[in-house]
Design a binder for this molecule. Structure first.
Ligand code: NAD
Length: 480
């Protein structure tokens, strides 16, 4: 099997070390062999980016527009094939894989346009005869560290703005899913980026992560992943001799409030989709279902019926709604939390069984706990699997309090037909993204994405707001 190589300084580098990428729907299926970068290779990627930066920072924005458009066009033209690769390596369904690839293509198209829309501001000075200009410049070399659950969309939403605004990139994708990142690197390599502007180093965080985090030539780090790793990233960034700009998108435990006046079918669908689709492996998954007592029993009954219809099987099989858990470690974590929930006294209303299918994969029946309380671990901690907890509350006021009673603040939702409660919830939810009569997961590509409290740190990602992280502002005074 040929080894997919790292891309450093405009060259594909023969691998000293490689590891197989395994399909979680069928562990006998090896998606490919992917290089594991050494520390010296991570260093070389940063050196290549440093050499490329001065010219790229001053490149013509239309050149950057054209490169990013070529990337967008190729991703969209190959969305079926890349969606299949994504479903095969990560385990989300083919439809979800194609959807994610489409989003990656749209993001590159959006930021192609942003490259030619970089504007400055002119101010009247408070001193006579002076003009004041405020302009934006690229930050420098941006190191990117990404998680396994969105193998192409998250690299895309970091790489596209970084390149659009004139930065150089060194990206380390999650070692569980190097396939989509490699395919994206191959597209970017052929789209005409100058040598060294974009570099891919695949490998383990524990092996090469600290090179990216601690290198003096890295000016900024964009990280998406767990809170634990995020904390290490932040510490490295602020204890460096020259502190680095840092952006962290981390975990969630998003609440979906269901009020007595909700449309039951809408609420059941929003809950089933938000908590269990993509195997619950979304940072925005709505896994805390906060339900007022008048609708509680009907809602639980409806959701259990809906869960019984969900087909858990091979991600590539037509008709599958929910693919496998990503790997054995995550499956063990999900099962551990299901056991904890039972020990804590919650009632397992449905699911939670390990499933056998034709192929040997990590299949888990979605699980619903009822009779939960706010102090339980299954209510407070991110499980990152298809496991949801129902909290029964008296009324809207208690629902809002319970919804906000979390250290996380990524996304939230409410199902109601009351404009008054929907409006109040939008204003008073502690989350960075709020959904009304929709699942907590599911976002547009042209608006900011991110959270509050323990979920996020630093400037927002995506949409025009991405400019805050990927540029730095300069104020110039001229005696006219
Ligand atoms: P993780 O923290 O284990 O790994 C994320 C990345 O960090 C990987 O590339 C990993 O190799 C790297 N890494 C690990 N240790 C490192 C170290 N010491 N130094 C440098 N890099 C290191 O997270 P994961 O399991 O890949 O992803 C799941 C988590 O990501 C969940 O908590 C989920 O909520 C979160 N997530 C958040 C968002 C968001 O935008 N808020 C989006 C997707 C996923």
């Amino acid at each position: 099997m040929t080894v997919h190589q790292n891309f450093i300084g405009g060259e594909w580098i023969p691998a000293g070390n490689a590891a197989p990428n395994i399909n979680p729907s069928d562990v006998t299926d090896v998606v490919g062999e992917y290089a594991r970068a050494s520390r010296a290779e991570a260093d070389a990627a940063i050196a290549a980016a440093k050499a490329a930066f001065p010219a790229w920072a001053r490149s013509n924005p239309h050149e950057r527009y054209e490169i990013l458009m070529r990337v967008s066009t190729e991703i969209l033209a190959r969305k079926e094939e890349l969606g299949r690769l994504l479903a095969r390596e990560e385990g989300k369904t083919l439809a979800d894989g194609i959807g994610e690839v489409t989003r990656a293509g749209q993001i590159f198209g959006y930021f192609a346009g942003e490259a030619v829309r970089i504007a400055g501001e002119k101010f009247a000075s408070t001193r006579p005869g002076i003009e004041v200009d405020v302009t934006r410049e690229p930050v420098g070399i941006v190191a990117m560290i990404t998680p396994w659950n969105f193998p192409i969309a998250i690299p895309a939403w970091k790489i596209a703005p970084a390149l659009a605004y004139g930065n150089c990139v060194v990206i380390k994708p999650a070692d569980l899913v190097p396939g989509c990142a490699w395919a994206l690197a191959d597209i970017i390599a052929r789209a005409g980026v100058p040598k060294g502007v974009f570099n891919l180093v695949m490998g383990r965080g524990s092996e090469i992560g600290d090179v990216l985090l601690n290198h003096d030539d890295v000016a900024a780090i964009s990280f998406t992943g767990s809170v634990g790793t995020g904390r290490k990233v932040a510490q490295a960034a602020v204890t460096a001799p020259v502190m680095k700009k840092v952006q962290l998108e981390m975990g969630g435990k998003s609440p979906l409030v269901i009020l007595d006046d909700a449309d039951l079918a809408v609420a059941v669908e929003a809950a089933a989709n938000g908590a269990f689709y993509q195997t619950g492996q979304r940072c925005t998954a709505g896994t805390r279902l906060v339900v007022t007592e008048g609708i509680h029993d009907r809602f639980v009954e409806g959701l259990v019926e809906r869960m019984k219809q969900l087909v858990v099987d091979d991600a590539l099989k037509p008709g599958t709604n929910i693919g496998p858990v990503v790997d054995q470690n995550q499956l063990d974590q999900d099962l551990r939390y299901i056991a904890i929930g039972q020990k804590e006294g919650a009632r397992l209303a449905w699911g939670g069984e390990r499933l056998n299918r034709d192929k040997q994969g990590f299949y888990l029946q979605p699980a619903l706990f009822t009779e939960c309380s706010t102090d339980m671990q299954i209510v407070r901690e991110e499980i990152f699997g298809p496991v949801a907890a129902v909290l029964r509350v008296k009324d809207y006021d208690e629902a809002l309090k319970v919804a906000n009673d979390t250290t996380f603040g990524l996304s939230s939702g409410i199902c109601t037909t009351s404009l008054k409660h929907a409006t109040h919830f939008k204003r008073n939810s502690d989350a960075g993204m709020v959904n009304v009569n929709l699942p907590t997961a599911g976002v547009d590509y042209h608006v900011p994405f991110g959270g509050r409290k323990g979920s996020s740190y630093g400037p927002r990602e995506q949409g025009h707001y991405a400019i805050e992280f990927y540029t730095t502002v300069k104020t110039s005074y001229t005696l006219a």
